[in-house]
Design a protein around this ligand. Structure first.
Ligand code: SF4
Ligand code: SF4
Ligand code: SF4
Length: 160
């Protein structure tokens, strides 16, 4: 197995299970309190229509994003099916998080060649300075596609 494949297989075992202090919500909400007031009347249909399978339903019946293997395509499907006015198209925005690379955990920053996060980033938001210094630039949409690809869990999510 080539090193890059090995890294990918290691990454898949991480399943995006990052510890977050706040829940990362789908990208169409204006008022956090609506999740708590309305979602308990719903069967979590937003989670069932997400083709990327990144919406999970918490114990309190509110939806949150987990970047298990995929990311958000901003396809609008979760908001299209929300009948309780929690997710609304007029509130569409990028996911409410800042994505950064932790240099202490990143292989490239330790001079081991790795470009695993670059390929899935369709927004060209990761610059590799001098080959070994990846940094996320301001084109990042917080889509999360890079996160599960990192073999050392070096991409952090800060929920705003
Ligand atoms: S916008 Fe699409 S990909 Fe993103 S969470 Fe909603 S259904 Fe899933
Ligand atoms: S579809 Fe709307 S009401 Fe139902 S769980 Fe999702 S956000 Fe909540
Ligand atoms: S760097 Fe940003 S835009 Fe690129 S894949 Fe990661 S989260 Fe998405």
């Amino acid at each position: 197995m080539q090193r890059r494949e090995l890294f990918s297989s290691l990454a898949s075992s991480l399943k995006g299970e990052k510890k977050q202090e706040k829940q990362l919500r789908p990208p169409y909400f204006g008022d956090e309190s609506l999740f708590h007031n309305e979602c308990n009347r719903c069967d979590g249909v937003c989670a069932t229509v997400c083709e990327e399978d990144i919406i999970k339903i918490a114990d309190d019946k509110t939806p949150y994003i987990l970047f298990s293997y995929n990311g958000c395509t901003y396809c609008d499907k979760c908001t299209d099916v929300c009948e309780f006015g929690v997710l609304k198209l007029e509130d569409k925005k990028y996911l409410n998080a800042i994505i950064t690379i932790n240099r202490d955990k990143c292989l490239s920053w330790s001079h081991t060649m790795c470009f695993s996060c670059k390929d899935p980033c369709l927004d060209n938001a990761i610059d590799f300075k001098a080959m070994f210094m990846p940094e996320i630039n301001n084109k990042c949409t917080s889509c999360g596609f890079c996160i599960s690809r990192c073999p050392t869990d070096a991409i952090d999510i800060k929920v705003l």
